[in-house]
Design a protein around this ligand. Structure first.
Ligand code: ADE
Length: 228
């Protein structure tokens, strides 16, 4: 999978060279590149923003550098998915991560300030699939952190990125419930014992206990995930 990111802060994406995604990049499974939007400006100050038409606080990103960036990064005849992180977008979920994990090319457009001139998104829709996506119901300073989170959630679902794909099926949000708690050695630590059922060797009992823990946790913390 190829992932292009356009941002005025490419250094935010240095983290993509670390850990599992870094390894996937080294192996050629994920081809990730962060591009500085200012390379598509032509004035001395490398301006990317301006005041909003209609007035109001803050600045809006001008369309010209974005238009040139998309022209440069989208090969003729190709239709990548353009992802525009925005608190005004649809909410990001594991289901969306799964949908995007099968795409050959994703392009993340990280807005700053009050966002990107809407014409950039409207024009892009005429030649590629566009998804405005929110990480959650809170406001970040820009799309960089949201993009990095989405890239991690999507990238780990790309075949080969995680060594043991079974570890993907049991986690929170994959089975509709939150994940059960996990334990490792030692069996007793600071007076707290590992739940005895996990040491029993009884696989059916362990599965039943884990399911009950998942249900209990989901009821307490995320009842909205349970069917009515
Ligand atoms: N940019 C600013 N806030 C955001 C959010 N909550 N999700 C995605 N992008 C954002």
């Amino acid at each position: 999978m190829r992932i292009d990111i356009v941002t005025i802060f490419p250094e935010y994406f240095d983290v993509l060279g670390v850990s599992l995604l870094g390894k996937a990049r080294d192996q050629g499974l994920l081809e990730m590149r962060a591009h500085d939007l200012r390379q598509w400006t032509h004035d001395r100050h490398r301006t990317v923003d301006d005041t909003p038409y209609g007035g109001g606080a803050g600045m809006v990103m001008r369309p010209e550098p974005w238009g040139e960036a998309l022209d440069a990064l989208v090969p003729e005849g190709e239709s990548p998915v353009l992802i525009v992180p925005s608190p005004a977008g649809e909410r990001f979920t594991q289901a969306i991560a799964r949908e995007l994990a099968v795409e050959p090319h994703l392009l993340f457009a990280c807005g700053r300030y009050e966002g990107i001139d809407q014409r950039v998104i409207d024009e892009a829709r005429s030649r590629m699939r566009v998804r405005e996506i929110s990480l959650g119901d809170y406001v970040l300073n820009g799309g960089e952190v949201a993009s990095a989170a989405m890239i991690e959630a999507i990238g780990r679902l790309v075949p080969g990125v995680i060594g043991n794909p079974e570890s993907l099926t049991e986690e929170s949000h994959e089975g509709g419930l939150l994940e059960y708690p996990s334990y490792t050695k030692p069996g007793s630590w600071r007076g707290r014992d590992v739940p005895p059922v996990l040491l029993s060797g009884n696989h059916a009992a362990i599965a039943a206990w884990r399911r009950e823990q998942s249900l209990d946790r989901t009821r307490r913390i995320r009842p909205d995930l349970l069917p009515d």
